[in-house]
Design a protein around this ligand. Structure first.
Ligand code: APR
Length: 238
């Protein structure tokens, strides 16, 4: 698929939805997970999927926070061309929703209003005892386990392995996808469920994949562009 063809599809869409993963934020300087330079490729004491599980958080809370602060927190990152173009497309009435697996908050920072954060947000942290909210800066600026003023342990508002996705976010995302006329999937290896299974709810005309590398589900797509999503989205004309 060429960028001109992508342009033509987007200009004729009225209810496009964007479904993105970590590859949407790499051009903002945030590493993805499974690429050669990804977070999961770094040498750690335990396998990364173990360290990002609910059990590990509960049983090795300090090790969890050390890994999370060092590997998943990227202060001072800014939205890139992909985030900004999606916000413009929403404003122009072309795009109805962004569904993201990312926890970096960059879609909202770029101005997107209807964003479904399937895996939560690193910008939100809550006390497990009293529910008090804490910002990322507050929990990242301390060493060890961040504690609430009530003495409770603070947990990031992100979906860890073994944890369920938020029901309202799931139904909102699935509703948007099933009503879409165009679904643009980008920057994801489509290897983590249930998120990767969401694209099965799309019944519209144009199922598009924009991804740097091949994915496990390339054959499911009617249109594919292999490349950098920020560079490609920047060429989309409103
Ligand atoms: N443009 C387009 N594609 C890119 C870019 C880019 N600039 N940078 C990386 N990619 C692609 C890679 O080729 C890869 O296929 O993005 C994909 C990123 O895949 P993963 O690292 O597996 O990230 P993701 O699919 O978002 O992972 C899903 O796994 O561990 C969980 O919760 C975590 O949300 C995450 C989930």
């Amino acid at each position: 698929m060429t960028v001109n063809e992508l342009n033509a599809i987007i200009s004729s869409s009225k209810k496009a939805v964007f479904f993105g993963g970590a590859g949407v934020s790499t051009e903002s300087g945030i590493p993805d997970f499974r690429s050669p330079d990804g977070i999961y490729m770094s040498k750690q004491k335990y396998p990364p999927e173990t360290m990002l599980s609910h059990t590990f958080f509960m049983e090795h809370t300090e090790d969890f926070w050390d890994f999370y602060r060092n590997m998943l927190y990227c202060p001072d990152v800014k939205p890139n061309a992909a985030h900004f173009k999606l916000a413009e497309l929403e404003k122009a009435g072309k795009l109805t929703a962004v569904v993201t697996q990312n926890i970096d908050g960059l879609h909202s920072a770029a101005g997107s209003k209807n964003v479904y954060e399937l895996h939560g947000s690193a910008l939100r942290n809550y006390c497990m005892k009293c529910g008090k909210f804490y910002t990322a800066d507050e929990v990242m600026s301390v060493n060890g386990i961040p504690e609430c003023s009530c003495g409770g342990i603070i947990k990031p508002d992100v979906v860890l392995y073994e944890e369920a996705l938020d029901d309202d976010i799931v139904s909102g995302a699935l509703n948007a996808i099933s009503n879409a006329d165009t679904l643009i999937v980008a920057g994801t290896s489509l290897t983590v469920y249930p998120a990767a299974g969401f694209i099965r709810y799309f019944g519209g005309e144009n199922l598009i994949l924009i991804n740097r590398d091949k994915t496990a589900m390339d054959s499911a797509f009617s249109h594919i562009i292999h490349g950098k999503v920020g560079e490609i989205m920047e060429k989309i004309k409103l």
